[in-house]
Every structure is written in structure tokens, then in C-alpha cells.
Design a protein around this ligand. Structure first.
Ligand code: UD1
Length: 422
């Protein structure tokens, strides 16, 4: 198993370009099969999750290749509608194939993605939405078979603004007969990116970014070339890393409007942020202040995907902070690991109470999920001494060579690979 080894205590400094957004790229890659021909995507991050999605697309009959940040997919020969169980368990985002396969082949067979380290993660809203579009669903609790000889537009009200459900319904509805309206839709920037991609292929969708999305179904989509938006969670992670190391970092190619709530929280804590177009400067010259209360909720509120990372900053800030997690139950697995590094955090149901300490200390810790792993990297950068992070395959799902990124900003961080035994 590979590990990351970090010598902490060095302020980050320098400039770095932010890579494309995993959470935008995954549904967009899935949506590519709705057009027949060659789709080209730029600014696609080189991540293990992207590799898994390309593998699934190949198993459906596509030719799919990634060269640097460009992905080329030829979708002409898509014929398979079965997504094997082992791929579903490898990556929950396989569920993004539901809408596109129904639109392209009228059928999809897959498996319940099951729970994961951050919570239960049901897909009932995806299924309810698809059923409203006329999809017949057989679900035996494990295998799910969805069939639709024709998709028909409908008015769909989501009980919760689920990102994935909004995206799946948008994709299926893009090729349904008639109009679909999604009310209480999720408003994340990745949903706007999906709308832009589908519209570039000829779909007629308006409203993404608001809570009402209207989709006028079309009969055919055509291949296109598309550029994925920058990853706001990677940007937020680096902003926090710059702040906790009391560094001075310039992020290039960011979309500051996607980071409004994170910028607000960081400024409240005393972080200095400058914005000039898609360039953001972050510095934190003195000890940061506690933030009384942060609540994670759907966009545009503070993102659950930055909750673990901001807890490192609050652990080192002066005073008591409270973080309430409302999106995923059980997303506090990083607390035990941060405590082993000297953080003072108490968890009470879905709230964490953090009492700031002057410093963290290096330790051997385990990444329990993607963002928890990112938080441990940040903690290691700020800590006194050496931190060893295990189970880093979680981190590779969402950060393109995190050690190279951070080394380019002056951090001492290395990936160790075990020597094979005879
Ligand atoms: C997406 C992001 C993930 C992020 C999350 C919330 C991708 C690939 N992943 O995940 O990084 O943390 O949004 O911002 O884009 N729920 C149901 N029933 C459903 C669907 C969801 O109860 O059918 C619940 C979930 O269990 C969870 C909450 O709704 O508690 C939010 O989930 P959702 O918005 O769907 O997140 P994902 O799309 O899975």
C-alpha cells in the first residue's frame, strides 16, 4: 500500500493551476453516450475515479482514452446496458449511467451502490424521478432493472435537492418526449456544467443553477468538444492548506463565484483573500480565529466536501468553533485521526465542537475517505514533525497527484511505494 509522508511546518508558497472538476467530469462522461460519434473533453483531471468511469464506458462498447487532460470517447458502438456489480461497488458514480443508458438504449441493469464511509447514500430520488419519466423499475434490493420503450416528460418535485438525482433526471429528460420540470433541484455549479455540456450537444435545458430546471426533450444529441469547469473543492482544499501553513499561495484558473461560502468562512477566520478574475491570492500572516458556527448544506451553502478540511483550520484557530454536518450522516471519521495529531474535537450527533490548539503533531494516520484524506494531508502540512498517511487510494480519487501539487508549493511530501517481497 502506498503512503504519503509529510514533514510539516513549512509555509506553502507559489502559484498553482487548479485542475478540472471530478464531480462535473463524471456525469458529463456518462452523458457522452447520449450522442453517437466522437466526443472530446478538455480539462479532465487524471484521477482514479475518472479511470473507472472510462473503464465502464469501454465495457458498454465505447472507445475511450485519456491523454493528459483530454478525453476522447467514441460512442458509436454502445450496445451493453449491464453495469457489473464490481464496478458499481468500485465507484458510486456508476449510477450516472442510468439516465444516459435509458435515453440511448431504453434499458439499464445495475446494482444498488450501497453505503459508504460517509453515510447511507440512497438512490430513491433517482429512481422516483426516472419512474416519473415513464421508466419501469424492478428493484430486488440489490439488482435494479430499468426499462423504458419511451421516456415522457413530467413535472418532478425532489424531496431533497440531491445533486446526483438532479443530474440523472436531467440526462434522461434531455431525450424524453415533451417537457420536464425539476423543482427543488440541486443548484451546484457541476449541474450548470452538465446543462452546458448537454446544450452544446443540442439539448434544450434552462434553469440549472436555480432550483427549477426546465428540459424540453429532443430526439437526437450530437457529439461535441467541451471543457470541464475548475474543481472548486480542490481549490478550497488548497486555500485551507495555504491558510493553515500561514503561507502565501496564488491559485490560477479558479472560479471564485463557486467558492463564495468558503471564501466567507475563511475571511471570518482572518485569512486574507484577493481576487482578480480567475486568480486568487491566499495568505494568513497571523494565528486564525475560531468561527462560531459552520453548517454544511446544499450549494450555495458551505459544502460538505470541504467540511473535513475546514476542521483542520478550526482545530488550529484561537477559540471554540462548531461545525454542523447536515448532508451526510457519519462524515466525521477524520475526527479520531485529527485527535491523534493533537486536535481537540468533540462530536455530538451531527455537530463537532472544536477547541483550537496552538499546534498539531505528526502521527501515522489513515485516510478513511476522499475528503477526510485531504484533511489529513492539510493537517500533516501544518503539524510539527512527520505525518504518515495510509490508505491514500481514497485521496487519488479526487486529487490529481496531490504530492506533486503540494511539492510545487514548497511542501516536503513524498509518496512511498512498498518494495515487492520475493
Ligand atoms: C454529490 C457529490 C459529492 C458531494 C455531494 C453533496 C458527485 C460525483 N458527488 O454526491 O462529492 O458530497 O454531491 O454535495 O457529484 N439522498 C437520498 N436519496 C437519493 C439521493 C441522495 O436520500 O436518491 C441523500 C444522500 O444520502 C445524502 C444527500 O441526499 O444524504 C445528498 O446526496 P446527493 O446530493 O445526492 O449527493 P451525491 O450526488 O451522491
Amino acid at each position: 500500500m502506498e503512503k504519503l509522508v509529510i514533514e510539516g511546518g513549512k509555509p506553502l508558497s507559489g502559484a498553482i493551476k487548479i485542475h478540472g472538476a471530478k464531480n462535473a467530469a463524471l456525469p458529463i462522461l456518462a452523458a457522452s453516450i447520449m450522442a453517437e460519434g466522437t466526443v472530446v473533453m478538455n480539462n479532465v483531471p487524471e484521477l482514479s475515479d475518472i479511470g473507472v468511469m472510462l473503464g465502464i464506458l469501454r465495457s458498454l462498447g465505447c472507445k475511450a482514452e485519456q491523454t493528459g487532460d483530454t478525453v476522447t470517447i467514441n460512442t458509436a458502438a454502445v450496445h451493453q446496458f449491464h453495469i457489473p456489480e464490481h464496478l458499481m461497488s468500485q465507484m458510486r458514480s456508476s449510477i450516472f449511467l442510468m439516465g444516459p443508458l435509458l435515453a440511448r438504449l431504453g434499458r439499464v441493469e445495475l446494482y444498488q451502490p450501497g453505503g459508504c464511509a460517509i453515510g447511507e447514500r440512497k438512490i430513491d430520488l433517482h429512481l422516483k424521478g426516472l419512474a416519473a419519466l415513464g421508466v419501469k423499475i424492478e428493484d430486488d434490493g440489490s439488482r435494479i432493472v430499468c426499462m423504458a420503450s419511451e421516456l415522457t416528460g413530467a413535472d418532478i418535485m425532489l424531496d431533497y435537492p440531491s445533486v446526483g438525482a438532479t443530474e440523472n433526471i436531467m440526462m434522461a429528460a434531455a431525450m424524453a418526449r415533451g417537457q420536464t420540470t425539476i423543482t427543488n433541484a440541486a443548484r451546484e455549479p457541476e449541474i450548470q456544467d452538465l446543462q452546458n455540456f448537454l446544450n452544446t450537444m443540442g439539448a434544450k435545458i434552462i434553469g440549472a443553477g436555480t432550483d427549477t430546471i426546465t428540459i424540453e426533450g429532443v430526439q437526437e444529441l450530437v457529439p461535441c468538444t467541451y471543457r470541464i469547469i475548475p474543481d472548486r473543492i480542490v481549490a478550497g482544499t488548497l486555500m485551507i492548506a495555504a491558510a493553515v501553513t500561514r503561507g502565501h499561495v496564488t491559485l490560477q484558473g479558479v472560479c471564485p463565484a463557486h467558492l463564495t461560502s468558503a471564501i466567507h468562512v475563511l475571511k471570518r477566520s482572518g485569512v486574507q483573500i484577493t481576487i482578480d478574475g480567475d486568480i486568487m491570492g491566499i495568505s494568513a500572516p497571523s494565528r486564525l480565529k475560531a468561527v462560531e458556527r459552520i453548517v454544511t448544506s446544499p450549494y450555495p451553502s458551505f459544502p460538505t466536501d470541504l467540511q473535513s478540511q475546514i476542521m483542520v483550520l478550526l482545530s488550529l484557530s484561537d477559540g471554540v468553533s462548531i461545525v454542523k454536518e447536515t448532508v451526510f450522516e457519519g462524515r466525521f471519521k477524520h475526527v479520531d485521526e485529527l485527535s491523534r495529531m493533537g486536535a481537540d474535537i468533540r462530536v455530538d450527533m451531527n455537530a463537532a465542537i472544536l477547541r483550537g490548539v496552538p499546534r498539531l503533531y505528526g502521527a501515522t494516520v489513515e485516510a478513511t475517505d476522499l475528503r477526510a484524506g485531504a484533511a489529513l494531508v492539510i493537517a500533516g502540512l501544518a503539524a510539527q514533525g512527520t505525518t504518515v498517511i495510509e490508505q491514500i487510494h481514497h485521496i487519488d480519487r479526487g486529487y490529481d497527484r496531490i504530492e506533486s501539487m503540494l511539492r510545487s508549493l514548497g511542501a516536503t511530501i513524498n509518496r512511498t511505494t512498498p518494495v515487492a517481497m520475493e
